[in-house]
Design a protein around this ligand. Sequence first.
Ligand code: FAQ
Length: 325
Amino acid sequence: MYAQMVTSEATKDSPEKLAAFQARIDAGEQIEPKDWMPEGYRKTLIRQIGQHAHSEIVGQLPEGNWITRAPTLERKANLLAKVQDEAGHGLYLYCAAETLGVTRDELTRMLLDGRMKYSSIFNYPTLTWADMGAVGWLVDGAAIMNQVPLQRTSYGPYARAMVRICKEESFHQRQGFHIMMAMAGGSSDQRRMAQDALNRFWFPALMMFGPSDKDSVHSAQSMAWKIKMNTNDELRQKFVDETVPQAEYLGLTIPDPDLAWNEEEGHYSFTEPDWSEFFEVIAGNGPCNVDRITARRTAWDDGAWVRDALMAHAEKSAARKMAAE
Ligand code: FAQ
């Protein structure tokens, strides 16, 4: 439905303007907030950047759950810093979306009433400390794989936000891998926990890249506009190719009996995730969807007095300024 809306709105723009815009994109120019852009481009960016921002914010919940239970002071400090970074990423991204004419409040309302999504991965529970390792290693690893190319995306504010986010994500990935190294090299119970975390997070991490290319409704247009730089399947393959040797280094087994190096293709062959599970999760029926949205709704409702107080202060200050003039 969204795709139809975008297409019909895009066609309202004159062919000459659209062609000139596409020529700028093809020439590698960056589009800035005050530049003319097709309505479909603006809406697609709001959807993708907004969804990305919501993912960073909701993504704090499964990890925030473990801050008080981290096994050492150092691990606690690292996890705390990481979760705080995710809040910052959300804020950069909301700011980038705001340059497209939507407010953070509107985006939040769209998340809370189900008109906007956040990444499927955050609807899975984090059951043990090893999950903090798996999330950093695999979830941040997948996020980086997707976000590094987005540093070259055509919309300036989004590309610039990505530069800083990617730097921080690589620290996150390393802190996760470091936890996995400690667990996988630890006692037999710790090794079992590390393997169990990998077993539960492997396929959900593969789903983060979105549906297979044949089912991806937005990829063709988003790639033409350089809002996406790669297809979902390209990035998924790259992630598998880079992650398998890391699992081998840890001495852990990827839970896919059909995983095999394909010499001819120069890539690993692997089993696709269960796409029916993916579509159930993004439709709101994953293991933690209700908990996540309830937590966000509670935070929004509990923060109403802060927003009201800020507005009242801004109105009083403006009135005082007017009276003094
Ligand atoms: N989850 O046509 P496509 C992170 C939806 S950041 C939920 O292929 P598109 C950091 C899609 O919206 C993780 N929904 O869509 C961190 C569309 O539905 P719609 C977030 C998904 O946009 C780490 C429909 O399926 N990163 O983790 C998902 O071209 C640790 C059809 O799909 C980004 O958002 C999914 N996984 O490609 C934080 C990166 N996949 O909207 C805390 C930027 C697809 O029409 C702790 N985004 N859908 O109703 C992108 O690159 C793209 O939006 C994709 C999806 C690749 C995610």
